[in-house]
Structure formats: structure tokens, C-alpha cells
Design a protein around this ligand. Structure first.
Ligand code: SF4
Length: 100
């Protein structure tokens, strides 16, 4: 009879079972994490949760749809710091279209 390994904590969930991520973590830009992404949304209730807005339709009240701030960025990553620059570009493009 074999004994089950009660302390087998080394196994990770396959990424497709992590319902809070729109794509496989680690497929985004090198060195970036969910905390740097514009889609990372902080929810403050009795506890604080972080969820990805890209998976909004899949959100439940469960940790299964949470993201971890330190998770490596996925391919849907958008840099939070470039958000202002992109908004400025969009405004310029809209203004240019208005003149044409
Ligand atoms: S990197 Fe951004 S898009 Fe990808 S799971 Fe994290 S918060 Fe969501």
C-alpha cells in the first residue's frame, strides 16, 4: 500500500484553470507583472481583491477569478504608465481628424 503525499504543495494549477487570466501568464513583456497593467482592477470590500478587467464576464466572488499582482504579464498586457501618453496621442489624432 502506498502512502499519499500529504505535503505535495509543489504542483501548480495549469494556467487554463486560472479563470481570472485572459491569456497565459508570462506571455507578455519581459519583467512586467499584473500590478503594472492598466487592466488590473482593485476591489475593496472586507478584504482587498485584484481582478483582471479583461475577464470581467467570468468574475465570481471566488479567488479562482483573482489575479496575483506578482503574476508575470500576459499577452493582453497594457502598460499603466503609458496610459497618459496613449490618451494624449488619441486626443491629437481626434483633433487632427477634426481639422481634415
Ligand atoms: S497582465 Fe493585465 S491583462 Fe494580463 S492578466 Fe494581468 S491584469 Fe489582466
Amino acid at each position: 500500500m502506498t502512502q499519499p503525499d500529504l505535503f505535495d504543495v509543489g504542483k501548480r494549477k495549469p494556467w487554463h484553470k486560472l479563470k481570472g487570466y485572459p491569456a497565459k501568464p508570462g506571455t507578455g513583456p519581459e519583467g512586467m507583472a499584473c500590478k503594472d497593467c492598466v487592466y488590473c482592477h482593485k476591489i475593496i470590500l472586507s478584504k482587498t481583491f485584484y481582478k483582471c478587467v479583461n475577464c470581467r464576464v467570468a468574475w465570481t466572488n471566488s479567488v479562482n477569478t483573482d489575479v496575483k499582482l506578482k503574476s508575470p504579464a500576459c499577452s493582453e498586457f497594457q502598460d499603466k504608465l503609458n496610459l497618459f501618453d496613449r490618451a494624449k496621442e488619441d486626443m491629437v489624432n481626434i483633433a487632427m481628424k477634426g481639422k481634415a
